[in-house]
Design a protein around this ligand. Structure first.
Ligand code: PMT
Length: 409
């Protein structure tokens, strides 16, 4: 992508070169535009060196290639990121004012994505006029990375610190994905969404509990939200759902969802293998315990001595692998992969080893994604190696994307 980084006059401008570096390391082309005040905090030489391009700061500089360089830059850039964004530049943009290189560029950029990373003193941030300007800009589609709470240049502590360059970088990637997804949704909007062959789908959701004794178990942090979102969305598309759910407080009322509550991996296996032959597809989003205690005590175990306690674990059955062996022609099998490192590689390996049609990768490194939260960000990988990454979205929207991709026409 071609990204323009706008820099305004705040102490956080010293972090802008780090953002530029992150963007270039990720393969983006970068050009910088700075206000006069920004150049009190960060030098032209630094910005030109890290961006590898000439800095644009003077609307009427003799060195400008064109008299309307802001328009030429607007044509060049795919996204404009203002970091740091002072109350002044936010106010100018909200009021439609352009009196220097950056503000005129912002005016001309209104049909393209803009991301602002505000940085200012807490009182300025809380000022009603500033908040009104931000609310207005958000309402017309400008994206913001919220400032953080922390120590400020004025010596006080409060909200107003510019988000760290890594966080701004992540948000840029998110905005990029949102644009790509909107474009592909628009392109697909004329075609039918799901393949009519899918009339009944098995979904596994939530954790499994593996009993140690009558009061303790081995479990995990899965809430069931992702699986229940899949079930609800499938039902909303008129598809019958066999929902095999581990222990969760979640409820579902849709008449097309048939719920099978289970506790352990072995119970999940029994329920899933029973319904799978009657389904055209299965989506396994449950977080199944790979191991269980070999023996579950039929009473509450007493506290042991200082030497500690050993519980011998044995392997649980692999439900996904079992369904893969049962799979008949025409059935579609979709697994999840929860990874912490070498994510794509590991997910791809799982897809191949278990002969899946698709695998949905959840990286625990993605903030706001995975266990317990209401949002998720996944990469859907097809058997043909095609990948589709969603931005961070509510789980219901991620569910819709998974369904469209994996059960679409
Ligand atoms: O429930 P939430 O709080 O909303 O969180 C959602 C989630 C993070 C649990 C979900 O999005 C997710 O990533 N689910 C997969 C979790 C997992 O256990 O991944 P895994 O890489 O360990 O397992 C790979 C696949 O094999 C999964 O489809 C899993 O359901 C399946 N599996 C695993 C072990 C086993 N014994 N049997 C299985 O079928």
């Amino acid at each position: 992508m071609k990204i323009i980084v706008g820099i305004t006059g705040g102490i956080a401008a010293y972090k802008s070169p780090m953002l530029v570096r992150l963007l270039r390391q990720a393969g983006h082309e970068v050009r910088c535009v700075a206000t006069d005040h920004a150049l009190e905090f960060v030098t032209r030489v630094t910005l030109e060196t890290v961006s590898g391009n000439r800095l644009y700061s003077d609307l009427f500089a003799p060195s400008n290639d064109y008299s309307t360089e802001h328009i030429a830059l607007k044509e060049w850039g795919d996204m404009l990121v203002v970091a740091p964004a002072t109350a002044n530049i936010i106010g100018k943009m909200a009021s439609g004012l352009g009196d220097d290189a950056l503000s005129t560029l912002l005016l001309s950029f209104s049909t393209k994505p803009i991301l602002m990373a505000p940085a200012m003193n807490t009182q300025m941030w809380e000022n009603l006029a500033v908040q009104r300007n931000i609310a207005y800009l958000r309402s017309v589609g400008v994206n913001f990375v919220e400032p953080a709470v922390g120590e400020l240049a004025c010596g006080t502590t409060g909200k107003g610190r510019m988000a760290e360059p890594e966080e701004i970088f992540e948000e840029i990637e998110n905005v990029k994905l949102k644009i790509e997804n909107r474009l592909s949704a628009e392109a697909n909007s004329q075609s039918s969404i799901l393949n009519p062959q899918f009339k009944r789908v098995l979904v596994t959701a939530g954790p499994t509990y593996e009993r140690i004794d009558t009061v303790r178990f081995i479990g995990n942090f899965s809430s069931g939200k992702m699986g229940f979102a899949l079930a609800e969305k499938l039902a909303a598309h008129g598809i019958e759902v066999e929902l095999v759910a581990g222990p969760t407080a979640l409820k579902c009322n849709h008449p097309l969802i048939h719920r099978h509550d289970i506790e352990s991996a072995r119970e999940m296996l029994a329920a899933a293998t029973e319904v799978f032959p009657h389904c055209e597809a299965a989506i396994l989003s449950a977080a199944v315990a790979d191991y269980r205690p070999e023996h579950a005590a039929d009473h509450k175990l007493k506290k042991q001595g200082d030497e500690g306690m050993t519980i011998h674990l044995v392997q649980n059955p692999d439900i996904l692998a079992t369904l893969s062996q049962m799979k008949q022609e025409g059935q579609r099998l979709i697994g999840f992969a929860l990874e912490t490192d070498n994510e794509l590689e590991n997910a791809q390996r799982k897809l191949e080893r278990k002969h899946l049609d698709y695998i949905v990768l959840n990286s625990l490194r993605d903030k706001g994604a995975g266990f317990g939260v209401d949002t998720n960000r996944v990469t859907i990988i097809g058997r043909d190696g095609q990948k589709h990454t969603t931005p961070l979205l509510p789980k219901s929207e991620v569910a819709e994307e998974i369904i469209r991709h994996c059960l679409g026409n």
